[in-house]
Design a binder for this molecule. Structure first.
Ligand code: GLA
Length: 384
């Protein structure tokens, strides 16, 4: 659906014209999984697809929410905020609550959302709804906050209002993305650099398992707890705030303090994954795509064996992709337990790859995979 059609839909639903439109992308993470809340590095990119938000002010203090691709419409006011609704409006409402707590008036809007990110695919559809709402409120309430502040507000909304204890990577990538660049972000300090994606002759292909992610949020929160428990054990002999403050040598020395063997595996992943991001940044800077591809494969193995956040569907996709002609590397991307893989592949092998992987995946899992050749776009912005 294009902006013109969205405007028409807005007029149909609300009986008047939209005054402004905003956009926030989805994201794909190239490497550095489950390192953000461990104070490590990540390497995400913003995608060209995402969430559109059209808006016009109203006379009263109600907010009316509609969506082109989600089922229900809602009317909310300041009282609704206290009820923590379970539907999709929890994402915009969480952000509104944060703005309200900062003293801004967030009521009196007609809103229409439209997203073309597959939901629950680990491509940050929720961060995209949060950030598009934050960018809109920033403009309409004249709050004038900078993008990193909007990123933090959106992460807080997700942690506290939605109840998903995510790190900062998704909101940061969605807010701060840049066309044809990855963001090398240090999640402990929020220092970042844009890394040009010089992958001429290659493509990044995102493959969706189309597997429902089930209890992903509770399993995610459990992984965070296991990492925190590992830190407590290590801190008895070596003071650290985050697991990724250790390199592999430090981990050999102090990791033995971790009492629970499962927590040891989790910490091992966090430490090794962070080192892989450091090596990936070097490899991408020097155009060494072969090394980067190998690091992607190792990342998947570590997420499968040590962090245990993959599933049969993700493993089938990643491992079959790794064996395919022209592929330099393939790994799960995002939180895991379903969602997508990302594959770095020679451009002229993409069609053959899609045909082959579709067939094998269907045979092995009974599911249909979907494929997207990633287009790396800009972060969130106003359209008009
Ligand atoms: C989800 C979270 C992120 C990050 C990834 C795993 O996408 O929202 O903060 O932890 O999982 O890397």
């Amino acid at each position: 659906m294009n902006i013109q059609e969205l405007n028409e839909r807005f007029q149909e639903i609300y009986g008047h014209k939209a005054e402004h439109a905003f956009f926030a992308p989805g994201r794909v993470n190239l490497i550095g999984e489950h390192t953000d809340y461990n104070g490590g590095l990540v390497l995400p990119c913003a995608l060209s697809f995402g969430t559109y938000l059209l808006i016009a002010p109203r006379e009263d203090k109600l907010n009316r929410f509609s969506s082109v691709n989600m089922e229900s419409s809602y009317v909310a006011d300041a009282e609704t905020l206290k009820n923590n609704p379970k539907s999709w409006i929890k994402y915009p409402l969480g952000v509104m609550k944060e703005f309200e707590q900062k003293g801004f008036d967030v009521w009196g809007y007609d809103l229409l959302y439209y997203g073309n990110i597959p939901n629950g695919a680990g491509l940050s559809s929720s961060a995209s709804i949060e950030i598009v709402t934050a960018v809109m409120l920033n403009e309409l309430t004249t709050a004038n906050l900078d993008m990193v502040e909007l990123v933090k507000i959106s992460q807080k909304a997700e942690n506290e209002y939605v109840g998903m204890n995510c790190g900062i990577m998704d909101q940061f990538a969605v807010g701060m993305g840049k066309t044809d660049h990855a963001i090398a972000l240090d999640c402990a300090t929020l220092d970042y650099q844009y890394l040009p994606l010089n992958i001429k002759g290659y493509k990044l292909v995102i493959t969706n398992t189309n597997k429902t992610r089930g209890l992903a949020d509770s399993k995610y929160n459990e992984r965070r707890q296991q990492c925190d428990d590992a830190i407590s054990d290590i801190s008895a002999v070596h003071e650290i705030d985050f697991l990724c403050q250790m390199n592999e040598k430090d981990f050999e020395k102090y990791g033995t303090q971790i009492k629970n063997p499962v927590n040891f595996q989790r910490a091992k992943h966090a430490v090794s994954e962070n080192q892989r991001v450091i090596k990936s940044i070097d490899a991408l800077k020097t155009g060494d795509l072969v090394t980067f591809g190998k690091l992607m494969n190792e990342s998947h193995r570590s997420l499968k064996e040590d962090y245990e956040v993959t599933c049969k569907e993700l493993d089938t996709l990643a491992e079959e992709s790794q064996k395919s002609a022209g592929v330099l590397g393939s790994r799960m991307t995002g939180g895991g337990f379903g969602g997508c893989t990302v594959t770095l592949i020679e451009e002229d092998k993409v069609d053959e790859f899609i045909e082959k992987i579709s067939k094998i995946y269907k045979e092995k899992t009974g599911l249909e995979a979907s494929f997207y050749v990633a287009d790396i776009g800009d972060g969130a912005h106003k359209i008009y």
